[in-house]
Design a protein. Sequence first.
Lengths: 269, 311
Amino acid sequence: MAAILDAAGLNKNFGAVTAANDINAAIERDSVVGLIGTNGAGKTTFINMITGYLKPDRGRIHYEGRDITRLAPRDITRLGICRSFQIPQLYASLTAYENMMIGIGVVLRNAGRGGFFSRGEPLVPGYEQPAAAVADGLLQRFGLAEYRDKNAQVLPGGVRKLLDIALTMVARPKILLLDEPTSGVSAEEKFAIMEMIMKAVRAEGITVLFVEHDMEVVSRFAERVLAFYDGRIIADGSPEQALNDPEVKRYVVGGELHRLDEEKARPRA
Amino acid sequence: MRPDRTPLTLLLIGAAILAVGPFAPQWTLFLLTVALAKGLVVLGLMMLLRCGLVSFGQALYYCLGAYAAGMLGRLYEVSGVFTLMLAGMATSAFVAFVLGFLLARYRSIFFGLLSLAISMILYGLLVKTEALGSSDGFNVLPSTLFGWRPADEWVRYSVLAVAAGVAVIAALAVHRYLGTPLGRLAPAIKDNEIRVEYMGASARQAVHVKYVIAAALAGLGGALAATTVGHIDPEMAYWTTSGEFIFITILAGTGSVIAPFLGALIFGIIQTVAFDISPNTWQMVLGASLLAVIVFLPRGLWSLFRRRKAA
Ligand SMILES: Nc1ncnc2c1ncn2[C@@H]1O[C@H](COP(=O)(O)OP(=O)(O)OP(=O)(O)O)[C@@H](O)[C@H]1O
Ligand SMILES: [Mg+2]
């Protein structure tokens, strides 16, 4: 099957730090890929390069056969590659509903609908519904209905993450990159949250890449795993293969267990 | 959703001005016309403020509009009021379009100070230009309405009627624009530009568009002020003039397109009354009233009309 996204030979340095070192990955259409690796391994850098926030020092990124390496984030978004953020990027002074409406407004505008001279209520492309219905529908789908009229800045961490993801959906992405969708959520809730996100997203046939530190979540939801270490991909395969790879066991899974131990050892406030 | 009452309110206010005008004393007509002219400038500032941008140099476009109108009369003896206003608007919009490529890159204090600096360049140029009367400026020809010149006692009313019509149309247009997807982007730009980009919009382009619209409104206001007052000078570009516009913007609040005009009118009234009572300390009265508004009505005078919603 043809790759929808193809990253070839990506390199990125920040001064002496090599955040990406010859990254090669071809992502198949309609697949779910888990990105794992310890802190600072280069997972977010990889997402930042795909979505145009960072330009790689070397290497090329192709999307549906088209070179997108030098495009700006907004152009990449318009092509159908959307992302959520490790730290949610919301409109803090606006309500959850208004956040959605802003995003839908941009989609309308990019489709040439709802301009100064247009009459009547425009329909959101892809949904063919009015903006308000799309906003409420998405809030519902992500379990955010009860937070509809709350300002984004007062929402709890997990809810902010979900709103951040719901916002990416207004543009009907073809590829979704989720940076730690379940961070800030208790271990028990992780599965339920991932279940909901996957249901909302996979119904649309969206290709998903997600960063996750919990290996149980990874093996449950990912069809394929890319393991990052020190800016390199040290393993690439099914969750079983990747998580049992000796290097991954030593550098990533071991590291994660270590991290969990540290978290447990830390006194709870 | 609440019905949108702004368009009807605007039309009623416009009609009320036309109806009451003939019976009002001349000095109130003048006060009202100047308030409408300044309100147009403030309308543009309000759009920028919604994006979190404060232009400390909006007098640049006010002055450009006035000089464009004045020079049309001086050099080509054009006196049609609509031609003058169009010229003022177009000149300011064009200059803002060019400068916008630079300014739309900047935010917060950098945007403010850069706009201030550019306005002071214009001031400096005008003061040095003898052909335009240097710091004295020059008198503007009385304007005409499609070639017709009203009788003396009707001049003030005619100018007011034109100003009211233009202000209502401009406010309606801005109101509609603020409801479009691009217009609604303003608070989003203020909050989080990264997210704006990742939604597929260009924050810089949106700021550029708003900057040009704001300049066009300021140019329109400047041309209107020139015909109303009958005299223009470089002071119109001076930083104190810009400061006055910001003063009115804060006084009015960003809640509605009607607020800028209300703010400008109240500013004019306070200024007139304070000047009558104490010619030497009228600025103090103005300062105190702004202080009171900031402390008691942080969202500006317009919040007085929004109480029901908050309650
Ligand atoms: N903008 C930047 N400037 C300087 N260094 C950076 C920048 N972004 C990332 N880095 C560095 O690059 C390396 C990879 O960072 P990255 O954020 O990609 O890691 P990560 O795998 O996402 O880690 P985490 O699990 O903590 O989110 C780190 O050493 C980081 O300090
Ligand atoms: Mg990261």
